[in-house]
Design a protein around this ligand. Structure first.
Ligand SMILES: NC(=O)c1ccc[n+]([C@@H]2O[C@H](COP(=O)([O-])OP(=O)(O)OC[C@H]3O[C@@H](n4cnc5c(N)ncnc54)[C@H](O)[C@@H]3O)[C@@H](O)[C@H]2O)c1
Length: 332
């Protein structure tokens, strides 16, 4: 099958692209490399189109005759998205609409459009665990752009019959995670200072918890949901159904590194300090928006993936942390 992976040079996209190649599919990656790396594509032999998802004329050859389109290319750093709402909507919403439009005109007759949403659409919900039938009511720019993408998939399906599947990843972690970015993912943010002989900082009291899913499991869920007949027209949570708090993650990392060091605890508002632009202007980003985001607990209801797709994650947190820490240690 001809498979397209937008954002294929990124953390999750590259894992999906490599997984698809392993299954003998023809894979085309579309990525503008704004947050993607050639190093993620070691061993990948398919075509790579260096373009933004909004550059329709450059992306068109990839979409033509595609059987599966995995759309992951997006602005996804939360503070960046809040700071640049217009740019976020341009890439995440207009980019998605443009791909869907191309898909309905030129993709293969059996094409399925797989949209990467996010557990962020549950932001604002007090209910745990979150199931796919919950009504999302987010307010952050990133989450809104993902919800818009979901609605566009539904619109193209209802209007034109284009099949789609939506995946809502929770906290994806593992080898290949981008530890170089301004605000690295939490596991890297804790491991890096420890590896440099410094103290790690935990924002808040560390009792906030996330549903962490290893990237290998995540890539497998994408492929299973995309190719399963019961995956069409559905949204699926990408989580494991367990929350692990940051203090426990920290202990696991310390154990893995053989380090016995106390972390420094800092106010949750500090998490976005590296983004001073959010505090410029007449209306500045509210501290409570940061604390709410930082201190939240996420938990996926995984009943639907089990029942409809017969899918369950395989990699334990212990194994996943071990592999992630080894990756950061080797590549720092
Ligand atoms: N990592 C997580 O925990 C998580 C959780 C929920 C949702 N997601 C979603 O999964 C997708 C992949 O996330 P990731 O963690 O691999 O992030 P990532 O930043 O590693 O990958 C995103 C990729 O998209 C590319 N990209 C960005 N803008 C683009 C554009 N305009 N055109 C083409 N390519 C573009 C980047 O260069 C990068 O290679 C994103 O859509 C993200 O919102 C991720």
């Amino acid at each position: 099958m001809k498979c397209v992976v937008t954002g294929g040079a990124g953390f999750i996209g590259s894992a999906i692209a490599k997984r698809l190649e392993k299954d003998n599919h023809d894979v085309v990656i579309v990525d503008d490399f704004s947050a993607g790396y050639d190093t993620n594509l070691k061993g990948f032999t398919g075509e790579i189109i260096r373009a933004s998802v909004i550059e329709a004329e450059k992306v068109a050859p990839a979409i033509k005759d595609a059987n599966l389109i995995f759309h992951l290319g997006a602005m996804n750093a939360l503070p960046d998205c809040s700071n640049d709402m217009v740019g976020t909507m341009e890439v995440n919403v207009k980019g998605t609409a443009s791909l869907l439009d191309m898909a309905r005109r030129t993709a293969a007759k059996d094409c399925r459009f797989v949209f990467t949403s996010s557990s962020a659409v549950y932001e604002g919900s007090d209910k745990l665990p979150n199931s796919e039938s919950d009504v999302p009511n987010p307010h952050l720019a990133y989450a809104i752009s993902k919800l818009q993408g979901e609605l566009l998939c539904r619109s193209f399906h209802k209007s034109f019959g284009l099949p789609y599947t939506i995946i809502r990843p929770f906290n994806v972690y593992g080898e290949g995670q981008d530890f170089r970015r301004e605000q690295p993912p939490v596991m890297c943010a804790l491991a890096i200072p420890l590896l440099q002989g410094k103290q790690a900082t935990i924002y808040g009291d560390g009792t906030q918890a996330r549903d962490f899913i290893h990237v290998e499991d995540m890539a497998e869920l994408f492929v299973v949901a995309a190719t399963h007949p019961k995956g069409a027209g559905e949204a699926f949570n990408g989580g494991v159904g367990k929350s692990v708090n940051i203090n426990d993650i920290y202990k696991m990392i310390c154990k893995e590194l053989g380090i016995d060091k106390e972390p420094v605890y800092a106010p949750a508002q500090g998490l976005f300090d590296k983004y001073p632009a959010l505090k410029e202007g007449n209306f500045v980003f509210r501290d409570e928006a940061v604390t709410h985001e930082s201190l939240k607990t996420t938990l996926a209801d995984t009943a639907k993936t089990k029942e409809l797709l017969g899918w369950e994650p395989k990699i334990s947190m212990e194994e996943g942390v071990k592999r992630s820490v080894e990756y950061v240690k080797k590549n720092l």
